[in-house]
Design a binder for this molecule. Structure first.
Ligand SMILES: [Zn+2]
Length: 184
């Protein structure tokens, strides 16, 4: 499986065999996504880094094929998900951020167009060949929120601190951090 994800073939070659690729890969093998997650976690104290953040499993499926009966327009359907560690921009604590993405892509070369496939998005290929992993990685990077925050609001230190004055007095630091975030 790992080999197929990293194989380079033309879009037409992937499509001609209706290649299906099951994905179950650790984040550590996705260099760009891994470095984005790492840069985000760098905001934490060294001992606050969650153990095993690189082991998050990217799971899903890719399915290549053609959009048209004449087999001129290669496509790929993708469905991938991963739960990464991230720093909440509200309270600056680490939390588990689920990412999920699903897409139907038309695999077109630069300047190529295809009419009549409104249910697909166009994926421009900058090379004559493609590596399935690059598509998966790019989709997950696009799925990253602009500003990551606790999904479960009750876990967010800032929000639970704001819920009562008592918390604010016992946690001056949390209140200060909350203020700093607001001022940004
Ligand atoms: Zn939070």
């Amino acid at each position: 499986m790992a080999n197929l994800l990293r194989d380079r073939r033309t879009a037409a070659e992937w499509a001609a065999v209706e290649q299906v690729i099951e994905i179950a890969e650790e984040l550590s093998g996705f260099e760009r996504l891994r470095s984005i997650v790492e840069a985000d976690l760098a905001a934490l104290e060294a001992d606050g880094m969650p153990a095993g953040w690189r082991d998050a499993v990217i799971a899903g499926e890719l399915e290549f094929g053609f959009a048209d009966a004449q087999q001129r327009v290669p496509t790929v359907r993708c469905k991938v998900a991963v739960t990464v560690d991230a720093v909440c921009q509200r309270c600056l604590e680490v939390f588990r951020l689920p990412l999920e993405t699903e897409a139907k892509l038309l695999l077109l070369g630069l300047e190529e167009t295809a009419e009549g496939y409104d249910d697909h998005e166009v994926w421009e290929l900058d090379k004559s060949t493609l590596r399935p992993q690059d598509i998966v990685e790019e989709l997950l990077i696009m799925a990253l929120p602009f500003s990551a925050m606790h999904v479960d609001l009750e876990s967010c230190k800032v929000l639970s601190a704001a819920a009562g004055d008592h918390e604010d007095r016992t946690k001056p630091f949390a209140a200060l951090r909350a203020q700093m975030i607001q001022d940004q």
